[in-house]
Design a protein around this ligand. Structure first.
Ligand SMILES: O=C(O)CCC(=O)C(=O)O
Length: 303
């Protein structure tokens, strides 16, 4: 066999391997049992036919939102403008949450409010606390047979001045991520080897669940062990729901003006035994992450 042909076969095999391991399944209106049995596989999956029935999906135009909650004062993340490009974590020193009337944030989204130094992203806003008027427009998912620990709203955008981005990180929760409007791109990585994600362990802030790697900028020299090829890339469309298992790394970028809601459920002890990959992922990250988490919980309870 010629060298050329061998090379071609190898490339084809790698491609086939990637396309089978990196695929994601889609369920249509799953029952609770179907949902939970899919969760046990320990992999992300998509759900359709549910969120597109919500009033939120049908009604949440900017006009409607301004009418109902335009004056609500909501915390908006501000961070250094070039943050998602250079990933210099000095950016965390520039990171703040600034209270802003919701309708003023829409000026930022529409490009009518300029700030040369900072980008703005309405991210991870406690939904029932800051938007109580909107709660009636959604149906809390009942798959886990309990209320979520938290529900967050994200309002992102992408224009010439800024693109709302969430750096590569993981959370220790089952995440039901609902795209209400617009599109978001997700890069997902299985939690294979914690240290190969180059977490910020030197830093004494709560950064051990964040990666130093910008997956949009391949940099094999600085991050040789990062699993560059191991990703699942999906564009979430309005009405899609993504189930994201605990510990999965994700990097999220707004493709267009968009709104998402996330419902977070802490794992139960049962997950250690029933969910594929849960126990091994926990064992890898726990020695690095747990002491910081416990210290921070302790500090919170003392203040
Ligand atoms: O939508 C985003 O920007 C980030 C979402 C996220 O990180 C999450 O829900 O865990």
């Amino acid at each position: 066999m010629s060298q050329h042909l061998t090379h071609l076969i190898l490339i084809t095999e790698v491609f086939l391997m990637q396309s089978t391991t990196n695929s994601i399944i889609r369920l249509y209106k799953p029952t609770k049992q179907e949902f939970l049995s899919q969760v046990k596989q320990g992999k992300p999956f998509l759900i359709n036919g549910v969120a597109d029935q919500w009033n939120a999906y049908k009604n949440w135009s900017n006009d409607y939102l301004v009418n109902v909650c335009g004056d609500n004062l909501v915390p908006v993340e501000t961070y250094a403008k070039n943050f998602s490009q250079n990933y210099n974590y000095a950016c965390l020193d520039n990171y703040h949450r600034k209270p802003m009337p919701f309708k003023k944030y829409l000026d930022v989204v529409n490009g009518n409010y300029n700030d040369d130094n900072y980008s703005y992203y309405m991210a991870q806003v406690d939904f029932p606390k800051y938007f109580p008027e909107l709660v009636k427009d959604i149906v809390y998912p009942e798959y886990f047979q309990k209320k979520p620990k938290v529900t967050y709203l994200f309002f992102g955008f992408s224009n010439q001045k800024s693109t709302s981005t969430s750096y590569l990180h993981f959370d220790e929760v089952h995440n039901i991520f609902v795209q209400i409007r617009g599109q978001k791109r997700f890069l997902l990585y299985p939690p294979s080897n914690y240290l190969s994600f180059y977490p910020f362990l030197e830093d004494n802030r709560q950064t051990s669940t964040m990666s130093k790697v910008n997956p949009d900028k391949a940099n094999m020299e600085s991050f040789p062990n990062f699993p560059w090829q191991d990703k699942i890339e999906i564009i979430l469309e309005a009405g899609d729901i993504l189930y994201l298992p605990p510990f999965w790394w994700h990097h999220v970028t707004s493709v267009s003006e968009n709104i998402s809601l996330t419902f977070w459920y802490p794992p139960s002890v049962k997950d250690f035994f029933t969910q594929t990959g849960f126990f091994s992922s926990f064992c890898q990250m726990a020695p690095h992450v747990l002491p910081r988490m416990l210290t921070s919980e302790l500090k919170k309870s003392l203040t």
